[in-house]
Write a protein that binds this ligand. Structure first.
Ligand SMILES: C[S@@+](CC[C@H](N)C(=O)[O-])C[C@H]1O[C@@H](n2cnc3c(N)ncnc32)[C@H](O)[C@@H]1O
Length: 187
């Protein structure tokens, strides 16, 4: 199993955005949509052995965590609009204290970073200033286009996360996910 966790500090958490202007109305749900497709889609299929958690901390109704389960996912296509629409459905689903299904393979829960308590260790925090990436199992944690706050970096340090770098160039979240997959695919 490969586990990713993306922290979204900006995407709207009520799902009230226009699919005709995703970047302009959603708090950049397009960034998260690309991360979802990179986590699961290959050229001709879907990675069943992947789970992605998106911790949604943006306004106006945080926190919510959306969980994507590769072995159960349906209706995921390469285009951003379809994925943004799945995100929208999840964000419009009333989140309970336990996982609630919004569409097949997608669940939502009223939770913030504490969701990490139940994810596989070790934790790896993707950070330009980290040590080398040695592909291995665990949970890979990434920021959105703004990155993690100082407080979130400190929380990850307290959780024992090892900072790892994919090189000196700052990449997009979805690009990092592709590189991690490639590293794990080729060990
Ligand atoms: C677009 S970057 C965020 C840039 C933001 N300005 C910052 O300084 O954090 C999105 C996320 O991808 C990851 N990332 C980007 N480039 C990376 C690299 N070279 N090595 C490791 N992680 C990287 C980090 O987790 C980062 O939060």
């Amino acid at each position: 199993m490969r586990t990713f966790l993306a922290i979204s500090n900006v995407m709207r958490t009520d799902g009230e955005f226009s699919l005709k202007d995703i970047p302009g109305t959603s708090g950049r749900a397009d960034v998260i949509a690309r991360s979802v497709t990179s986590a699961f889609l290959t050229s001709h299929g879907i990675r069943a052995d992947v789970e992605l958690y998106v911790v949604c901390l943006g306004p106006p109704d945080p926190p919510k965590t959306i969980r994507f389960i590769g072995s159960e996912l349906k209706h995921l296509n390469p285009d951003e609009r379809t994925t943004a629409s799945l995100l929208q459905k999840a964000l419009r689903t009333d989140p309970g204290g336990s996982w609630t299904v919004s569409t097949p393979g997608i669940q939502v829960k009223r939770s913030g970073l504490e969701v990490l308590d139940n994810l596989p260790k070790p934790f790896f925090l993707l950070s330009e200033d980290g040590g080398p990436f040695r592909p291995e199992g665990g949970t890979y944690v990434l920021g959105d286009h703004r990155g993690l706050t100082e407080e979130q970096m400190a929380s990850m340090d307290s959780a024992g996360a090892e900072r790892i770098s994919l090189g000196p160039v700052s990449l997009h979240t979805d690009q990092c996910i592709v590189l991690i997959h490639n590293g794990l695919d080729t060990v």
